[in-house]
Design a binder for this molecule. Structure first.
Ligand SMILES: C[S@@+](CC[C@H](N)C(=O)[O-])C[C@H]1O[C@@H](n2cnc3c(N)ncnc32)[C@H](O)[C@@H]1O
Length: 264
């Protein structure tokens, strides 16, 4: 391997689509998630990387702002593989060129949203491995996808060993049923929403719970979703408990429940 190959950021340039406040649901979840909070709070040097922030760095500033609720001294770095998109550092946030190798940083948290979506499914494993290798001890990765306005989102949380959980999050007033999020599943799962795959079964079960909870709809879609979550728990689905009342409707399950079936 030549030194030029070693220096080249790992990955490919993709479309830079982004938008103001597009990643708010994931940001809100991050500041409340116990694993993310612990990783940030336990870190001696809480570096956070926003990988692939796109044509404008709005979401990086928003992430930096929201994470102050957990660690005021967090250091946020936006990395972009496209050198044309690297902007001047400002408002306490730095920007640099970098890819899945994380540009030599040792972050405690990496957020890569709408990045892997434009890669082939086979690229996910190597990209995850590359980012995992760059994490600080106890570090976490959020690999997610959402629609243009951030109303329908899904993300995988990973640590250095592997994926931990899948979260679906949506605008309670914009989604008819949980399976509407299927089109926004992260790359690792989007091709697996077919009969026989665990994620397909989860979405069907969530839809049924949502339909069963319909009588609670008169109290609003958030109350209806809380009832649906209770129904899922009653069926033995290990849905993560939410300590806080949420603006968003959220479903978080262990990765083991949705991990794709091995293909030969
Ligand atoms: C669709 S934009 C996403 C912007 C923002 N994260 C969002 O969700 O609104 C994807 C960006 O990821 C960048 N990108 C793709 N692969 C990358 C990689 N391996 N490392 C860093 N940036 C990458 C692309 O250049 C593009 O600007």
């Amino acid at each position: 391997m030549t030194s030029a190959t070693l220096r080249r950021p790992h990955g490919v340039t993709t479309r830079g689509t982004t938008g103001i406040n597009r990643l708010r649901r994931s940001d809100r979840w991050l500041v409340h998630d116990p694993l993310v909070r612990r990783a940030l709070n336990d870190s001696a040097d809480p570096v956070v990387v926003d990988l692939g922030y796109g044509a404008r760095p709005h979401t990086t500033f928003e992430l930096a702002d929201r994470l102050t609720a957990v660690r005021r001294d967090r250091r946020v770095v936006g990395l972009e593989i496209d050198p044309e998109r690297v902007v001047e550092s400002r408002l306490g946030v730095s920007f640099a060129r970098g890819g899945f190798e994380l540009s030599g940083l040792r972050p405690v948290l990496v957020r890569a949203f709408n990045v892997l979506r434009q890669y082939p499914e086979e690229a996910v494993g190597p990209a995850w491995a590359r980012m995992q290798a760059g994490l600080a001890p106890g570090g976490l990765i959020v690999d997610g996808t959402c629609d243009e306005l951030g109303r329908r989102c899904a993300w995988v949380l990973l640590d250095t060993q592997g994926p931990l959980s899948l979260t679906l999050a949506w605008d309670p007033f914009d989604v008819e049923r949980p399976s509407d999020i299927a089109a926004r599943l992260p790359k690792a799962l989007i091709h697996r929403n077919v009969p026989g795959e665990p994620v397909h079964a989860l979405l069907a079960t969530a839809d049924l719970a949502w339909a069963t909870a319909a009588p609670h709809g008169s109290f609003g879609p958030r109350v209806r979703w809380r009832t649906a979550l209770e129904l899922l728990r009653a069926q033995g689905i290990p849905v993560q408990h939410q300590r806080h009342r949420r603006r968003d409707n959220i479903l978080t399950v262990p990765w083991s429940l949705v991990a794709p079936r091995a293909t030969n």
